[in-house]
Design a protein. Structure first.
Length: 312
């Protein structure tokens, strides 16, 4: 029997949400960004993830973002939509909206804010899957939800057909490799997607058996990640390492923001948006409150890294 292909594989950038200075969604910039990702040859788009500032947006803004992404993609690649909410009922509300707006798959985290344990988390994902028709992907991001999805849980839910895949942003590469092995051993015929969000070690995770990557930096250099993925799939690990090294150096743009006045979200999303503005893809680097945009000195540091990477 041939092992089924993962439902989602390859390079699936978590698209940022361009904003105007007034905080509204910059639809035209978003369209240009998605068009650029498609032109680079990406294999899917993840809308309304962490890089998309989904938790900062209103429901109306989320709908506008997803509608714009789906329309611009036009069926060329799958669009998976983040349904990032603290409780099951709220996730289902977003799932219903996402299905209505044309998403091809749904992404949900473990519950957060509410104090839950492993039994509640499993009940959460099983309840979601039983209530929606679209494939459901688990988003493992303990830095934000303060829960690490266990290898046993993900394997069990994969084997039961509850989950179609995982987007791993845990930074726990040992656990990810164990998950690859467990899926191969216990759920080999499910077509489970194993997507790494660890953009500086995509080559290593692909060598370990990942299906693909969901790199925030892929907003800035999607073509680089496409080249990296193709080299990995082709077994050209020397080329993959060189491309990964270049992208890892480019990732230094997240160090451009002053750590005395910024934290993770501002440094990451702020740097990606600043780079995209410098590249002329989006009109500005506005971010959602309480984040702040990068200033002139910080922008100059991003520019330097873009030049070193050969993008400017």
């Amino acid at each position: 029997m041939t092992t089924p292909a993962p439902r989602i594989a390859g390079v699936v950038p978590p698209v940022v949400t361009p904003l105007t200075e007034e905080g509204t969604v910059d639809v035209r910039s978003l369209e240009r960004l998605v068009e650029r990702l498609l032109a680079a040859g990406v294999d899917g788009i993840f809308a309304l993830g962490s890089s998309g500032e989904t938790v900062f947006l209103t429901d109306n803004q989320r709908d506008q973002v997803l509608e714009t992404v789906v329309k611009t993609v036009g069926g060329a690649v799958p669009v998976i939509a983040g349904c990032i909410e603290p409780t099951t009922r709220r996730v289902l509300d977003r799932a219903e909206a996402s299905a209505r707006l044309g998403a091809d798959g749904l992404v949900a985290t473990a519950p957060f804010y509410a104090i839950v344990g492993p039994h509640e988390i499993e009940r959460h994902f099983r309840s979601l899957a039983s209530s929606v028709e679209l494939p459901l992907f688990a988003y493992d991001i303990p830095v934000c939800v303060h829960t690490k999805l266990s290898t046993d849980l993900l394997t069990r839910l994969a084997a039961a057909g509850v989950l179609a895949g995982v987007k791993d942003s845990s930074g726990d590469d040992v656990a990810f490799r164990q998950l690859v092995l467990r899926i191969a051993e216990r759920a080999p015929d499910t077509g489970f997607s194993l997507l790494t969000g660890h953009e500086v070690v995509v080559d290593a995770m692909m060598l370990a058996g990942a299906s693909g990557s969901v790199p925030g930096l892929g907003n800035v250099d999607p073509a680089g990640y496409v080249r990296l993925h193709r080299a990995c799939v082709g077994g050209d690990w020397d080329t993959a390492r060189r491309e990964q090294d270049r992208l890892t150096r480019l990732f230094r743009i997240v160090d451009a923001a002053d750590p005395a006045t910024t934290a993770g979200a501002t440094r990451g999303v702020g740097a990606f948006k600043t780079a995209l503005a410098l590249l002329g893809v989006i009109d500005g680097n506005a971010v959602s409150l309480p984040l702040r945009p990068l200033d002139a000195d910080e922008t100059a540091r991003v520019r330097t890294q873009l030049e070193l990477a050969g993008l400017l």
